[in-house]
Design a protein around this ligand. Sequence first.
Ligand code: GLN
Length: 220
Amino acid sequence: MTITIGVLALQGDVREHRAALEAAGARTVGVRRPEELAAVDGLVLPGGESTTIDKLLRIFELDEPLRARIAEGLPVYGSCAGMILLADRILGGTADQRTIGGLDVTVRRNAFGRQVDSFETDLAFAGLAPADDGRDGAPRPGQDGDAVHAVFIRAPWVEEAGPGVEVLARIPEHGAPGIPAAAAGRIVAVQQGSLLATSFHPEISGDARVHELFVRIAKG
Ligand code: GLN
């Protein structure tokens, strides 16, 4: 069964998400109009600038239709700015910034601080297929979820998650080089039912496993 995943195409890295979703076996379409939103089996909210995407969602009259589809169970994956848009609560937003909501989390926008606007690190991520290690393709023993190479660009983190939210990845407790101490142990990937969100951008690291996970979620 091939499913159609829309990528919200108002602003942000739409092309990269479409390529990763297609590598994960989905058909993709850009979504700019309510009729396009109505036709998809799942939706990606890309990284970009959440304040801008919020304004454009309202201007394009997609905000209410999107809330309605999420309430009906539409699978949605938000990366970075997309995570902010999916969050029920936001810290560090602009005065008039709103979110679409659906995910019972509080996100902190631009959480990692100025000194590390951007960084990359490897993170354990629950529920991913093991990365192909280039040998026999067989899963390596003892790994529940494999490391994913995570690119963070002025990223949010999840400050608080409700009881129905499954944590899929965190910044390690022991920290990592170049990452501020305050980030140790912070939640950076979550799932709640058919909603998935990551602080980072798997669409730009050439590893489609997070998108494969989302396509599996969208297929139910
Ligand atoms: N800092 C951006 C925001 O607040 C998110 C950055 C990103 O998506 N890479 O929307």
